[in-house]
Design a protein around this ligand. Structure first.
Ligand code: DQA
Length: 144
């Protein structure tokens, strides 16, 4: 597959491992990056794994993906439920987008049931913890 898979992570995901482990588990974001790198290698994919707490930075990275990325795996975290700017950026990108959440957002508070990201996503994976990122890589590998 030509082009990297951008794996983009939104606010507070830098705190994985210490943040509400009863919901998000004990793995750190670095652990998830290492799991993704290993699975991507097996699948013959290249990844670029990033995290930001800043909405505009995520928008910039989605725009950057227009220049040759093969797909986007996005856990926009709380911006999932609020960000029209991220939705608009995704709508300007003509590559597959997989929305991922560690937790099952539909089993949580009502405000987590709505996702702006879903309106532009090829598919959505939630509730499987870090395995969701690996399932998303497999889905993208099959999309090509
Ligand atoms: C999350 C779910 C969001 O509702 C929440 O704001 C997050 C993480 C998840 O991975 O389960 O920060 O995206």
């Amino acid at each position: 597959m030509a082009g990297k898979i951008f794996i983009l992570n939104g606010p507070n995901l830098n705190l994985l491992g210490v943040r509400q482990p009863e919901i998000y588990g004990s793995e750190t974001l670095a652990d998830i990056e290492a799991l993704c790198a290993a699975r991507a290698k097996d699948l013959g994919l290249a990844i670029d794994f990033r995290q930001s707490n800043v909405e505009g930075e995520l928008v910039g990275w989605i725009q950057e993906a227009r220049d040759g990325a093969a797909g986007i795996i996005l856990n926009a975290a709380a911006y999932t439920h609020t960000s029209i700017a991220i939705l608009d950026a995704l709508k300007a990108v003509d590559i597959p987008v997989i929305e991922v959440h560690l937790s099952n957002v539909f089993a949580r508070e009502d405000f987590r049931h709505h996702s702006y990201v879903s309106l532009a996503a090829t598919g959505v994976i939630c509730g499987f913890g870090s395995a969701g990122y690996l399932l998303a890589l497999e889905a993208l590998a099959k999309q090509q």
